[in-house]
Design a protein around this ligand. Structure first.
Ligand code: PLP
Length: 395
């Protein structure tokens, strides 16, 4: 090929990007500095209602100290994958601590939640199996379901009846896997895990629950929705991430020992990647200690969630129905333009809450998503409520 010939594929990419701009779907990376509940971006300091640091642990002195100590003792990298030399004594101990926290027999850590989800589904399911997945389940599980090669059947959000109809049709499959988020990341509502476990028992299915947004936040001990709904001993496989309420990074799977051993033997996203560094491992262990020692963090979060949910409902926003008051509060505007306008208005009022648009959410379900954190003050909450009240087209 002639080295001077125009790169037509680059032109195609530009055309696609332009098209995204014209329909308000263009995404870009904006450099920002997170500083406690604030975000500094473009010379402006904004109240940050976009992150998932629900318990404000990413800046907790105990976690920072644990990370620094781990770096001083063991360096900055794990040096190899878990099966080579990356499975340190500290990782071993953390996995056992995490299993206890989750009321589960065993645990294994992946570098991220995305990789854990990928590892679970690709290790347990193949073309002989059927994955039944709630329509609003996180993209990482949808990707994992597609990659594993199983038949994928999407059931309407929360619709246990439809799920049962689907389960009835696939009794001949080798395995049936029911896959759901515990707290849905874009809607802030929660799954009915007892109902899913009952169906799993009836149809001999495996239950897989992504507790990314429940871990650290829900339940008496902060273990998650499985604990809150009293099904920790019924859900087969739980995936947690340390990237939300635990303040750092890492995906942890908890399950019976044979499941964990299967992942160690088959999960390519565990086998062919470098193990988490010592600082990450130390942060997760410290986060579990803080969650146990400081229940007031999640109590405050519940209080804030109730208060803000009530306030926005009074303003006319219709929130998804939920049995649990989670800190994820979607202000659904419908059109992408309206979501962008509301987000821009909040920005003018000193608040960062991004517009979430298709394909992350369904067409005509664009929204501004608020995610609360336990260190918000009464002044912060007033700032938010006043800003929403003065929005040009509050719904
Ligand atoms: C529900 C859910 N599952 C999984 C993930 C992926 O977790 P991680 O950020 O640790 O890769 C996320 C967040 O990004 C999430 O919201």
């Amino acid at each position: 090929m002639n080295a001077n010939s125009p790169k037509s594929w680059l032109g195609d990419l530009k055309k696609d990007l332009l098209q995204r701009q014209t329909v308000s779907l263009y995404r870009q990376l904006l450099p920002s500095d997170v500083d406690g509940p604030y975000l500094k971006r473009g010379g402006k300091k904004l109240l940050n209602l976009a992150g998932n640091d629900y318990l404000a642990l990413s800046n907790h002195p105990q976690l920072k100290e644990a990370a620094v100590t781990a770096i001083e003792q063991h360096g900055v990298g794990s040096g190899a994958s878990k099966l080579v030399t990356g499975h340190s004594c500290e990782v071993h101990q953390l996995e056992s601590q995490f299993a206890t926290f989750k009321h589960a027999p065993a645990a294994v850590i992946f570098p991220t939640g995305y990789m854990a989800n990928l590892g679970v589904l690709t290790s347990l399911a193949n073309q002989d199996d059927v994955v039944f997945i709630d329509k609003l389940t996180h993209a990482s599980l949808i990707d994992a379901a597609q990659f594993c090669g199983a038949t994928v059947r999407v059931y309407p959000h929360h619709n246990a009846e439809k799920l049962e109809r689907l389960l009835e049709r696939y009794t001949d499959a080798r395995r049936r896997l029911i896959v759901t988020d515990s707290v849905f990341s874009m809607d802030g509502d929660v799954a009915d895990l007892p109902a899913l476990c009952a169906l799993a028992a009836k149809y001999d299915a495996i239950t897989i629950v992504d507790e990314a947004h429940g871990t650290g936040v829900l339940g008496d001990q902060g273990s998650g929705l499985c604990e809150l709904q009293n099904v920790a001993d019924q859900v087969d496989i739980v995936i947690s991430t340390a990237s939300k309420a635990l303040g750092s990074l890492g995906g942890i799977v908890t399950a019976q020992q044979p499941v964990i051993e299967t992942l160690i033997n088959h999960a390519r996203s565990l086998i062919y990647t470098t193990a988490p560094p010592p600082s990450q491992v130390a942060c997760i262990a410290a986060a579990l200690d803080v969650i146990t020692a400081e229940p007031q963090r999640r109590e405050r979060l519940v209080e804030l969630s109730k208060h803000v949910r009530e306030a926005v409902t009074q303003m006319g926003f219709v929130l998804p129905t939920t049995t649990v008051q989670t800190p994820i509060i979607p202000l659904i505007t419908g059109e992408s333009d309206a979501a962008i306008a509301l987000s821009a208005h909040l920005n003018q009022q000193g608040i960062h809450a991004p517009a979430i648009r298709p394909p992350t959410v369904a067409p005509n379900a664009a929204r501004v998503r608020l995610s609360l954190r336990c260190d918000l003050t009464e002044e912060h909450v007033d700032q938010l409520i006043n800003a929403l009240a003065s929005a040009p087209k509050a719904q």
